[in-house]
Design a protein around this ligand. Structure first.
Ligand SMILES: NC(=O)c1ccc[n+]([C@@H]2O[C@H](COP(=O)([O-])OP(=O)(O)OC[C@H]3O[C@@H](n4cnc5c(N)ncnc54)[C@H](O)[C@@H]3O)[C@@H](O)[C@H]2O)c1
Length: 337
């Protein structure tokens, strides 16, 4: 264990969205550090929560199936916690357009419940909030740094922006220590791969394992940056462990931004075979697409010492290996197509 993470030993830690992709991977690390981990998750079927995600630690964590919109549960759950990793969220951009009120309830109103619960019942807690690069909208320049204007292109972006600013205001006004990470495309074992509801990379992985062509929207030239989940977990731990991070916003990002077409080719190579097709952008997705994006992550690197460890090719291979082994727990085979 890295010495700086010894501070989590025997600490009480609450992870909202703890049965989801990033939350469960975070729980795996924290259990390894000897922390007392409680996971709260609503297991709404359309989202990324899956009890299977915590299989290796299922006897070592407390799981509370409740909704962060439940003010009373949150009041009870934050009591006695040393750290809160606040990851519960509605994450689908398309769903946020089709059902804007649910997104508002989860990504905004519930965040206020959580923060109020902390302010009133546990003002000494340290919070790390999972925000998103989506709030920048279509970049005006690349790479995008933290000073870039925020002009979200979808309802999810607006609501996540409000969620993160509530955290900052509670830090600044009430001294409730909170740090914000603006995540970019995170991938790895335990991500939701069932359908195209969340990231395109998830459904690409499923289709490749099922021997179907990957569908690349547009011309495939859109540039993105990808972070392997273990690297992202490090950023959460570093932000939690650092007082310098209180009240700060940090972009994540990668050194090797890559086009979607090249990503598809890399994934096929990591899989040892497969094909992709360039298809036209579905209109409902195109209208909220942000075009090219990659983040400038120099701030978190210089202030918190965040390092990227896993190259994309290696991370993709590890992810494919995981789903090849455990696909039965992540999707039902589709015999029709
Ligand atoms: N994965 C990415 O690339 C990415 C990028 C940017 C930001 N983020 C942010 O990181 C966080 C975690 O994302 P993820 O990729 O692990 O997604 P995920 O869907 O796998 O995890 C989110 C979890 O939150 C839970 N949840 C949703 N609504 C809830 C509610 N009302 N009450 C309790 N639990 C609820 C879901 O069941 C799910 O398990 C999210 O807040 C997301 O906005 C992720």
């Amino acid at each position: 264990m890295e010495t700086k993470f010894k501070i989590f030993q025997s600490k009480n830690i609450l992870i909202t969205g703890g049965l989801g992709f990033i939350g469960s991977n975070l729980a795996l690390s924290l259990v390894e550090f000897g922390a007392n981990v409680t996971l709260v998750d609503s297991l709404i079927p359309e989202y990324g929560g899956n009890l299977r995600n915590i299989e290796p630690i299922k006897d070592k964590v407390r799981v509370n199936i409740s909704d962060v919109r439940d003010e009373h549960s949150m009041k009870y759950l934050v009591k006695g916690q040393d750290y809160l990793f606040n990851l519960a969220g509605q994450t689908s951009h398309l769903d946020s357009m089709n059902n804007p009120h649910s997104d508002l309830e989860i990504n905004v109103r519930a965040q206020l419940f959580i923060l109020e619960a902390c302010r009133k019942h546990n003002p000494d807690i340290k919070i790390v909030f999972a925000s998103t690069r989506q709030i920048y909208g279509k970049p005006e320049y690349l790479p995008v740094d933290e000073r870039h204007l925020l002009h979200p292109v979808d309802v999810n972006g607006i609501n996540k922006m409000a969620g993160e600013w509530y955290h900052l205001v509670y830090n600044n006004v009430y001294g409730l220590r909170a740090s914000v990470l603006r995540l970019t495309n995170t991938y790895g074992p335990r991500m939701r791969v069932k359908d195209a509801r969340q990231t395109f990379l998830g459904i690409w992985i499923r289709r490749l394992i099922e021997g179907k062509p990957i569908l690349v929207f547009g011309d495939g030239k859109q540039v993105r940056d990808f972070n392997y989940v273990d690297d992202v977990i490090q950023s959460f731990l570093l932000a939690a462990a650092s007082d310098q991070a209180n009240g700060e916003i940090y972009n994540l990002g990668a050194d090797d931004p890559i086009s979607l077409k090249d990503t598809a080719e890399l994934l096929i190579e990591a899989n040892g075979g497969g094909t992709y097709e360039i298809v036209s952008f579905p209109e409902d997705r195109k209208i909220i697409d942000i075009g090219d994006y990659y983040g400038d992550y120099r701030k978190i690197r210089s202030q918190l010492g965040w390092k990227l460890v896993t190259p994309l090719a290696e991370g993709l291979k590890k992810t494919l290996d995981f789903y090849r082994q455990f696909s039965a727990h992540y999707w039902e085979p589709d015999y029709a197509s």
